[in-house]
Design a protein around this ligand. Structure first.
Ligand code: NFS
Ligand code: SF4
Length: 671
């Protein structure tokens, strides 16, 4: 691969160095394949229907839109007569269904584990955060005390959990009524959802119904299809994902600020390196415990290693980083590159975002790929099945395999030096504590700073890496532009890791990159301008934070009133579309980069980008250029400030700052 192109593939020097190594060693990566295989232009715009065997039917948007006559437009249909609107909406809907299914199947596993933990039937797990357990129990109408009046005593955590677990699990199969956490949303939002008939009944039913309605010859009305997509996506955000977050916090601990390191430089040449890659923190929690056991450390030493280095990848990484400060080897596009270092003794995967190509790359090195989830196998990998009843033993076995593999390393090993310090762990609760203060117990201080104009607004920057763009580049350009304009950034997933790699997850970065208003707030509170809130299921924490802002007062009465916007500039997964749809339906202006899967239908795109706002107060947008993306987000934030009547306050703050700058300059001259 020509050297010149490296900076087009990734802005990360660690990635560039390893791409060079891969190329010299004749190892193919996704970056090579992306060059060789161009995406299908019809599929990209969602305009290929292959849901029955009479197709695939292709209905691409005409090159020149003005040129399409009514007759041509009419002729643009599949064999069964499905219009471009129907076909594109069906494809979009299926992405929402798959994304929701992924987050929710993860959540179901967590709920099942939770029940086992409650009954003491697992190995290694416990109910760590009893305060959160009690709070969550109240939200599910599970009593936290027993006895009446003065005799009332706190109920044991086990008893609470034993009642709570089955209640939560039942929500997946619930057939009617409303999902429980709808009650957590602002009142006005709940009413809006009820009015439009999109409050999810349960989790599974919304996915199944959406799959049914997108089968050949069922729902042929794009608006109706997007309506069910909304209902399904809301089940993701306000149920599946939120359940994962809550129960994981109870079992593994609710994140509080913790220091960590990010990038491939966290691997150690003289240690046994175990990379945990995937999304479900169940096994990684136990790997973390096992990696510290003396017996295994001694075993590693007996093989000539100095110790065991655990490192995470993708969202499993975010989970253990947030809770234990376990270092992160990288985000999505780093997975093959980690193997290319030649220093990874075992790459342990669970579910989601794992490239099958890992097997091929691993063949060129000594790395053992270990699958651990019966739902996610790879033909060439070793499978060590996770079992919550013996989770710690399974973790020990995995680490033993890695240790046994350590002596098999082949030269040359090359670990890039890059790794950046981070401060992570900004759960919804932590932000409340840091910014709201324990007295008011709310997001009041944050609101106060927004109202006063120091903080211009709030942005969520989330989502993946995508090999069709320069790795991390759009994330960085967008985030830097936002914080420079005093917009505080909440981040999750691979976007948050990107922010970490280039130093934006440290409190010190505030004075370097932020506008004066945001810098002052960050310095006073001691927080980074980009708050790492966790994995992608933890986007539910952003929903909770947005709701808390509404409830704290002064910024309107619904999420759609907030000076806020969301973006996924490098998205690639179906989960991202599900997330985007629930943010839009929760009232957020949501921008995606790279490509947008509805462009095959102008009418549908117009609805998603404009019409839907009249119904939900939020809308989609598609912008490839991250600077333009920032511009639109800031413009939207300013629009909301104006509607709230707080635009003048910001002008005053800026004026004060200018005056202070002049005074300081004058004082400087005097000296
Ligand atoms: Ni989210 Fe996390 Fe990353 Fe994208 Fe994949 S790891 S769940 S889907 S690629 S952000
Ligand atoms: Fe073609 Fe209709 Fe079959 Fe889709 S459902 S493949 S548009 S015939």
């Amino acid at each position: 691969m020509a050297e010149l192109e490296l900076d087009k593939l990734s802005m990360d020097p660690a990635a560039q160095a390893l791409l060079k190594k891969a190329s010299a060693e004749g190892v193919e990566t996704i970056f090579d394949r992306a060059k060789a295989m161009k995406p299908c232009p019809i599929g990209v715009e969602g305009a290929c229907c292959r849901i029955c065997a009479q197709g695939p039917c292709r209905v691409p948007a005409p090159k020149k839109k003005e040129g399409e006559t009514a007759a041509e437009k009419k002729a643009r249909m599949g064999l069964c007569g499905a219009t471009a609107e129907t076909i594109v909406a069906r494809n979009f809907a299926r992405m929402v269904a798959a994304g929701t299914a992924s987050h929710s199947d993860h959540a179901r596993g967590v709920a099942k584990l939770f029940i086992e933990v409650a009954h003491g039937r697992t190995q290694g797990y416990q109910l760590k955060d009893v305060t959160k357990l009690r709070r969550v129990a109240k939200d599910w109408d599970v009593p936290v005390t027993e006895g009446e009046g003065e005799d009332a005593k706190p109920r044991s955590p086990e008893a609470i959990a034993q009642e709570l677990g089955p209640k939560v699990l039942a929500e997946f199969g619930q057939q009617q009524g409303e999902i429980n956490y709808v009650r957590r949303a602002p009142k006005k939002r709940q009413e809006l959802w009820r009015k439009h008939g999109v409050v999810p009944r349960g989790v599974d039913i919304e996915v199944v119904e959406l799959m049914h309605r997108t089968h050949m010859g069922v729902d042929q009305d794009y608006h109706n299809l997007i309506k069910q997509s909304t209902r399904c996506a809301l089940a993701d955000g306000w149920s599946g994902s939120m359940i994962s977050t809550d129960l994981q916090d109870i079992m593994f601990g609710c994140p509080v600020p913790v220091a960590g390191e990010i990038n491939l430089g966290v691997l150690k040449e003289d240690h046994v390196n175990v990379v945990m890659h995937g999304h479900e923190p169940l096994l990684p929690e136990m790997l973390y415990v096992a990696s510290q056991e003396k017996e295994l450390l001694d075993y590693a030493k007996s093989k000539g290693a100095k110790g065991i280095q655990l490192a995470g990848m993708c969202c499993s990484a975010n989970e253990v980083l947030m809770r234990h400060g376990v270092p992160v080897a990288g985000n999505y596009l780093h997975q093959e590159l980690a193997v290319v270092t030649g220093a990874v003794d075992a790459l342990v995967v669970d579910v989601q975002c794992e490239m099958q190509a890992l097997e091929n790359v691993a063949k060129c090195y000594h790395t053992k790929i270990i699958t651990t989830d019966d739902r996610a196998k790879m033909p060439l990998a070793e499978h060590i099945a996770f079992d919550e009843h013996h989770a710690l033993d399974v973790a020990r076995q995995v680490i033993r395999v890695a240790i046994d593999n350590y002596p098999n390393r082949r030269a040359p090993v090359m670990i890039p030096q890059e790794s950046s310090p981070t401060v992570v762990g900004f759960s919804y609760e932590t932000i409340q504590y840091l910014l709201g203060g324990s007295i008011r117990g709310s997001y009041y201080t944050l609101n106060d700073n927004v109202i006063g104009g120091r903080v211009r607004g709030v942005a969520g920057v989330v989502g993946c890496n995508n090999c069709r763009t320069t790795q991390d580049s759009s994330h960085m350009t967008l985030i830097k532009e936002l914080i420079k304009n005093d917009v505080i950034v909440l981040s999750t997933g691979c976007a948050a890791m990107a922010a970490g790699k280039y130093g934006l997850l440290t409190p010190e970065s505030a004075s370097k990159y932020c506008g004066e208003g945001l810098a002052e707030v960050c310095e006073t509170v001691g927080i980074p301008p980009v708050l790492h809130m966790g994995a992608c299921v933890d986007n539910s924490r952003i929903l909770m934070a947005a709701t808390a802002c509404v409830k704290a007062g002064g910024l309107g009465t619904d999420i759609s009133d907030l000076p806020a916007a969301g973006a996924a500039p490098e998205w690639m997964s179906e989960k991202a579309i599900a997330i985007g749809q629930y943010f839009v339906a929760s009232g957020v202006y949501t921008l995606f980069g790279v490509t947008f899967p509805s462009t095959g239908s102008e009418i549908l795109t117009d609805y998603l980008f404009k019409g839907i706002e009249e119904e939900y107060g939020g809308k989609w947008d598609f912008v490839m250029d991250p600077m333009e993306m920032a511009k639109r987000m800031i413009a939207h934030i300013d629009l909301k400030r104006k509607a709230l009547g707080i635009d003048k306050a910001r002008e005053r703050v800026l004026m004060d700052m200018e005056m202070r700058r002049q005074l300081e300059a004058a004082a400087g001259e005097e000296h």
